[in-house]
Every structure is written in C-alpha cells, then in structure tokens.
Write a protein that binds this ligand. Structure first.
Ligand SMILES: [Zn+2]
Length: 215
C-alpha cells in the first residue's frame, strides 16, 4: 500500500496547498492491478478528469490530486517501485525466445527443402527419359549433368539458406538488448529467464536498487 498526501508520513508526498494531509492511497489488488482510493480529501482525487472515490488505475491513466497531476508510474517510481514496468519484461523475454526458436526451426525446414530440390529434378529427368523409352542422346547428357551437379547445387542452396540465420538471430538479439533492461537504470539483464530475475526482486546494480517486485 502507498499513502499519498502532504504529510511526511506518506510514501508519495505532494507538496501542494490543494492536496490534503492524507489525500489518497494506492492498494495492490490480488490480480496485480492498483486500486486508487480517495481518503475524503478536500479537493478530490481525479482519474482522467473524472472525480473518483475508488478506481482501478493503470500506467496510462492521468491521476490528479487537487492540482497535482501525475501518473501511476510517477507514484510507484518515487517509491523506487518498478514492478509495473518490470512485469512487462516477461512478454519481451517470452517473445524473444519464441522468435529465436521460430527462426531456427523454419530455417531447418527451408535448408532441407533446398537441399532436396536438385534431387527432385533428377527424378523428373528420370521419369521423362523412361517415358521417351529410347532416350535421345541430348536427354542422356542433360540427365548426366543434373546427376553430377545435384548434390553440389543442393549443398550450395542449403548453405546459402543457413547463412541467413546468424543475421536474423543477430537482429533480434540486438533488439532484445535494447528492450530487456532494468526499467530504472537501463542495464541489460542478459539472457536470463524472467522468472529467475523475479526471484532477485530488485536490480543488482548498487546505484539503482529498483524494486522489481512489490511486496
Ligand atoms: Zn537498475
């Protein structure tokens, strides 16, 4: 719970003449959403310009106490509480792993497909020859060339396809390094599963110590 008001015993202190000593409070609900409760303040509590007594709020809402405008993030951040922002990192981690697996498996499929195309061609030539029965010398030559070249072409096409993968992986890894960072200090958190980070509860950078989990 975070108490909000002018008095120094609040967690979020607002120095504003229109704010009551104990103006409002935030309570975290069981589903993780914050409930904003007005404590019969003189000038009222507003969410998106509507006066409220109790209202569930998220980071996109504009919150106002008297004349003081702020967001849920402002309140939580002053409390060094980055649990809202930290929770969003789970999606970033999951999506990163998902696309990594997707790139690798689709590449495996494409590589095998490309490797087998020349052999399929070989089959086509063989079938054509058997239809013609006698077999013209020209077709025999073509068939011979295809037979000799098929493995080489297959290997070449397959190698070309797998060469694309490091670039694609590098691309998503670069983006991941930008997105998977401590919401306060911006330090890259490494390829560590979100669940493991959650167990640490706060940022290990000594100058940061942002709380990742609100308890
Ligand atoms: Zn940090």
């Amino acid at each position: 719970m975070i108490k909000i008001g002018k008095e120094s015993d609040n967690q979020y202190i607002v120095d504003d003449p229109h704010v009551s000593r104990h103006h409002a409070q935030l309570e975290k609900q069981e589903d993780g959403v914050w409930l904003l409760i007005d404590l019969n303040s003189t000038n009222g509590t507003y969410v998106n310009d509507q006066q409220v007594a109790r209202k569930r709020v998220n980071t996109k809402d504009e919150i106002r106490f008297g004349e003081h405008v702020c967001s849920l993030s402002d309140i939580l951040n002053q409390h060094n509480d980055y649990s809202e922002e930290f929770a969003l990192l789970k999606g970033i981690y999951d999506r990163y792993i998902e696309s990594k697996v997707k790139i690798q498996s689709s590449n495996q499929f494409k590589t095998r497909l490309l490797q087998s195309i020349p052999f399929a061609l070989l089959g086509v030539v063989g079938v054509t020859l058997s239809f013609l029965e006698k077999g013209s010398p020209l077709l025999m030559v073509i068939s011979f060339i295809v037979m000799v070249c098929a493995p080489t072409i297959g290997i070449f096409l397959g190698a070309k396809q797998s060469a694309k993968v490091p670039r694609q992986l590098q691309h998503i890894a670069n983006q991941f390094k930008i997105d998977y960072v401590c919401p306060k200090c911006g330090t890259f958190l490494g390829e560590i599963p979100w669940e493991s980070l959650r167990n640490r509860k706060q940022c290990p950078v000594s100058s940061c110590k942002a709380k990742w989990i609100n308890e």
